[in-house]
Design a protein around this ligand. Structure first.
Ligand code: NAD
Ligand code: TYD
Length: 360
C-alpha cells in the first residue's frame, strides 16, 4: 500500500488528480489535504468522497507542525503538491498571500517530508506541480499568421523570468524544490504546465468566467486588445501526465506539459461564444455583442507556448483530445452543472467580482 498526500485536491486541477488516483489505484490510500480557501470546493469530489481509499483533511500547508504530524500519522510515501494561490489578477492585488502559500507553504511541506523521511528516500517522491508562467513571456513574432504565433517555445532549460507576483511566487517554490533535491538528495520532480481548461475550474479564470457571463448575458471583459496568446490543455490530459510523471519521471528532473495549442484570447473568446450560443439554441453570433474591451492587466505576459517534446519522447505522453472536443465537453459541463456554478458565484464571490472589475 502506498500512502499518497495530494495537496490542493479540492481545487480545479487537484480534484481531477484526486479523482484519477482514487479510481485508478484502489491499492493506494489517497489523502487530500486542502485549506478550502475561496478556490477549494468539496463539491468537486462528490463522486469519489465515499471511496474507501480516500480521506479528506482540512489544513493549511503553512502550518508546519501540522504537516509534520500528518506525514507521520498517515505514513506518507509520496506527495503531489498542487495547493497554491493560482490567479494572476489576485496576485496583483494581494502579493503577500501568494508569497505565504506558494513559497512558505511549499517550504513547510518540503521540510516536513524531509524530516519524516529522514534520509530514507527509497520509494519516496515529492512531486511539485508548477506553471509555464515562471519562464516569463515570449515574443509574438508572427502576430497575423496561423498558430503558432511565434518562433520560440519554453523548454525545460529556458531561464526563469517571472513577471507577476503569482509567477514569481511559483518560480521561488520551484527553486526550493530543486534545492531540496540538490542539497539533501530528496527525490523530487517538477512539472511546468500551460493553461488548463475543463470542468470544475473556478469562474474567475477566462473560460468558465466567460461561459457563465454569456449564459447570464453579462459583459465579457477582454483585457487590452485580446491579442495575448496562451497554450491551452484539457485538465484531464494534465492529470494523465501527472500520473505518468509521478510513477515514471526521472528523479530530480523537470518536464514541461503542454498541448501545442496556442490561441489568441480574442479567438478563444469567439470559439466559446459560438459553442455556448449553439448549445443554448441561440442564432450564431448572438453573444458577440457582449465582448467588452477593458483596461489591460498590469504586466500582462504577451505569449506563453510550451514545448513538451521531452515528455513525449521520454515518457510517451501526448494530449488525448483535440481542442474542439475539449471545448465542447467543457461548455456542455458548465451548462449542465449550473447549480455548481451558481453556488460559487452567489454571495461573497459576487461582491469580490464587482470590486475586482470596478476599475476596468
Ligand atoms: P485552484 O486555485 O483551483 O486550487 C488551489 C487549491 O489549493 C484550492 O483547493 C485551495 O483551497 C488550495 N489551497 C490554497 N491555499 C492553500 C493552503 N495554504 N493550504 C492548503 N490548501 C490551499 O488552482 P488550480 O488551477 O487547480 O492549480 C493547481 C496547481 O497547478 C497550482 O499549483 C498552480 O500553480 C498549478 N498550475 C495551474 C494551471 C492552470 O491553468 N490552472 C496551469 C499550470 C499549473
Ligand atoms: P487566466 O484564465 O486568468 O489565466 P492566466 O493569466 O494564468 O494565463 O487568463 C487567461 C488569459 O485571458 C490571460 O491572457 C488574461 C485574459 N483574461 C481576459 O482577457 N479577461 C478576463 O476576464 C480574464 C479572467 C482573463
Amino acid at each position: 500500500m502506498k500512502n499518497i498526500l495530494i495537496t490542493g485536491g479540492a481545487g480545479f486541477i487537484g480534484s481531477h488528480v484526486v479523482r484519477l488516483f482514487v479510481n485508478k489505484y484502489p491499492e493506494y490510500r489517497i489523502i487530500n489535504l486542502d485549506a478550502l480557501t475561496y478556490a477549494g470546493n468539496l463539491a468537486n469530489l462528490k463522486d469519489i468522497e465515499d471511496k474507501p481509499n480516500y480521506t479528506f483533511i482540512k489544513a493549511d500547508i503553512c502550518d508546519f507542525e501540522k504537516m509534520c504530524a500528518l506525514m507521520q500519522e498517515y505514513d506518507i510515501d509520496g506527495v503531489l503538491h498542487l495547493a497554491a494561490e493560482s490567479h494572476v489578477d489576485r496576485s496583483i492585488k494581494d502579493p503577500f498571500t501568494f508569497a505565504r502559500t506558494n513559497v512558505m507553504g511549499t517550504l513547510s511541506l518540503l521540510q516536513a517530508a524531509r524530516q519524516y523521511w529522514n534520509g530514507n528516500w527509497d520509494g519516496k517522491r515529492f512531486y511539485h506541480i508548477s506553471t509555464d508562467e515562471v519562464y516569463g513571456a515570449l515574443e509574438l513574432d508572427n502576430p497575423e499568421g496561423d498558430a503558432p504565433y511565434g518562433s520560440e517555445f519554453f523548454l525545460e532549460t529556458t531561464k526563469y523570468n517571472p513577471h507577476s507576483p503569482y509567477s514569481a511566487s511559483k518560480a521561488s517554490s520551484d527553486h526550493f524544490v530543486r534545492a531540496y533535491h540538490d542539497t539533501y538528495g530528496m527525490p523530487t520532480v517538477v512539472t511546468n504546465c500551460s493553461n488548463n481548461y475543463g470542468p470544475y475550474q473556478f469562474p474567475e479564470k477566462l473560460i468558465p468566467l466567460f461561459i457563465n457571463n454569456i449564459r447570464q448575458g453579462k459583459p465579457l471583459p477582454v483585457y487590452g486588445k485580446g491579442e495575448n496568446v496562451r497554450d491551452w490543455l484539457y485538465v484531464v490530459d494534465h492529470a494523465r501526465a501527472i500520473d505518468i510523471i509521478f510513477h515514471q519521471g526521472k528523479i530530480g528532473d523537470t518536464y514541461n506539459i503542454g498541448g501545442f495549442n496556442e490561441w489568441k484570447n480574442i479567438d478563444i473568446v469567439k470559439v466559446v461564444i459560438r459553442t455556448v450560443d449553439r448549445l443554448l439554441g441561440n442564432p450564431e453570433g448572438t453573444s458577440e455583442k457582449l465582448i467588452t474591451y477593458v483596461t489591460d492587466r498590469a504586466g500582462h505576459d504577451l505569449r506563453y507556448a510550451i514545448d513538451s517534446t521531452k515528455l513525449k519522447n521520454e515518457l510517451g505522453w501526448e494530449p488525448s483530445l483535440q481542442f474542439e472536443e475539449g471545448i465542447e465537453l467543457t461548455v456542455r459541463w458548465y451548462l449542465e452543472n449550473q447549480e455548481w456554478m451558481d453556488n460559487i458565484t452567489s454571495g461573497e464571490y459576487e461582491k469580490y467580482y464587482q470590486e475586482m472589475y470596478k476599475d476596468r
